[in-house]
Design a protein. Sequence first.
Length: 299
Amino acid sequence: MTTSPPWAERPGRAGGLAKGLVLTLVVAAVLFPIYMVVLTSLSTQEAVSRAGGLVTAPGELSLAAYRQLFAGGVVTRAVLVSLGVTATGTAISLGVTVLAAYGLSRPGSLMHRPLLFLVLLTFLFGPGLIPNYLLVSSLGLVDSYWALILPTAVTAFNLVVMRSFFMGIPGEVTDSARIDGASEFRILRRIVLPMSRGVTAVIGLFYAVGYWNSFFNAVLYLNDNAKWPLQVVLRQYVLQGQSLFVGQSGTGTIPGQALPPGLAVQMAIVVVALVPVLFVYPFVQRHFTKGVIVGAVKG
């Protein structure tokens, strides 16, 4: 008779209640700050002044912060830049990662071991900031959107994770396709990728979130403020207090409306930066859960 470890046993009534309480507290700790940020971005000057900071109780609600945020054009342009860089970068990174992971997962591929050793070596040694900048500068990518994509196009961790998943696919499946005359690209497109939707979706989410939240490369490589992505605009306004609106210096305000409170505008920028990730994640989570279940059944 085998005994299960304590953490694998079914909890009793007290344990179930304790687990539910802990999970409820964790969810509340995650959602309450988001609730305060969203509510503050929708609050008026009176509500913000009455709360003395972040608003916790709903009061007078207004969209003035969002109207003012998108009236100047700076945030709108930054959102479009971030969306373009995220979409292009994710497509390039995911394509290169899939091809490299599939090649490295085939034991008989050309230079399999040396290339895998170079990939694993990047876990221990990084190139450093100055060599990175010199390389980007020598390639003529300074003040270019490609400087936000190419230096971080492939992440070694994502490559190793996808390679491990590809190696878990039964060899009989790919061998039967080769016997039927299928090429490696056809095997990858018709057999391997359909069986790897879960891990592909998760790796794609990792890349997309990385590109969307990245700001250091933009600060380092972009000299033109018009090319700044949303995260840099968020940093300049929220952390450094720089003005985003021409209207704050005398022109460009919305006629007949007063400027919204500065804290509401700051929280509105935070909400705009959070919305894409919160919107995409539930769809990827479904694929991720399915991939975990399939892997558990195969194991």
